[in-house]
Design a protein around this ligand. Sequence first.
Ligand SMILES: Cc1cc2nc3c(=O)[nH]c(=O)nc-3n(C[C@H](O)[C@H](O)[C@H](O)COP(=O)(O)OP(=O)(O)OC[C@H]3O[C@@H](n4cnc5c(N)ncnc54)[C@H](O)[C@@H]3O)c2cc1C
Length: 232
Amino acid sequence: MKLTLVKKEAEVPGVTTFIFQPDTLLGWRAGQFLRYHIPNPSPDERGANRFFTIASSPFEKNIQVTTRFDSEHGSSFKKDLASLNIGEALDAEGPMGGFVVDDVFISEGKKFCFIAGGIGITPFRSMLLDLDQKGLPINVTLLYANRDQNIVFKDEFDKLAQKYPTFKVHYIVDPQKIDEDLIKSSLINPQSSIFYVSGPAPMVKGLEATLEDMGVDEDNIKHDYFPGYSEI
Ligand SMILES: Cc1cc2nc3c(=O)[nH]c(=O)nc-3n(C[C@H](O)[C@H](O)[C@H](O)COP(=O)(O)OP(=O)(O)OC[C@H]3O[C@@H](n4cnc5c(N)ncnc54)[C@H](O)[C@@H]3O)c2cc1C
């Protein structure tokens, strides 16, 4: 499918949102991702394709990509993305991925803990706006770790937290980390919660081990690794 760029805006320093209009009526589940291709006759060794979560919610219809740019060591792909003009198109495939909120968990009234590291927040924007739009309960504690106070989507999350007393959001700014103590102090009953963890691979792997050590069943831990980032 072709995605045409219709809007580009800075979120916080170093992070930009791109809004694309698909050339077909595209359905997806909140939390899924696409594979994007920008032709380049001589890309760097990381190539001309990338995966990005669809940060928009299905009711928003357009595809939102929100990504971080590294000013010093950025890839050729990110340079090509940054220089895309409004009205220009790229190719994409999908949607794909199973990092989605299971309807069964919702109907069973489960409590969720979403854990995000940095730009790993993108699937949670899609999921939370989707639950809100469908009028479903948001029994969610969001633990969102970031490198600094420039927190992507903060206004949207704060608005949701005001609307839903059952939605709790905790911003954890470096050097503070998400660890066992923080999880225990943020959740009433971690062992019965359903965890979704998204962010740089080393952080996600570390937190999965922490959760299992805390006695959380591995079936109740879902993850999304973002390769290419060593830290939040
Ligand atoms: C399912 C899925 C969903 C994703 N969703 C998102 C999303 O919503 N938003 C998002 O931003 N990313 C997302 N990613 C990650 C994305 O695909 C890229 O891997 C990431 O954005 C890094 O982009 P880049 O490789 O172009 O590197 P850049 O962003 O240009 O650079 C990132 C860092 O990589 C370092 N680096 C440079 N070269 C190399 C190298 N050869 N090997 C390793 N590191 C190197 C640089 O020093 C820099 O610090 C997702 C990945 C997956 C698999």
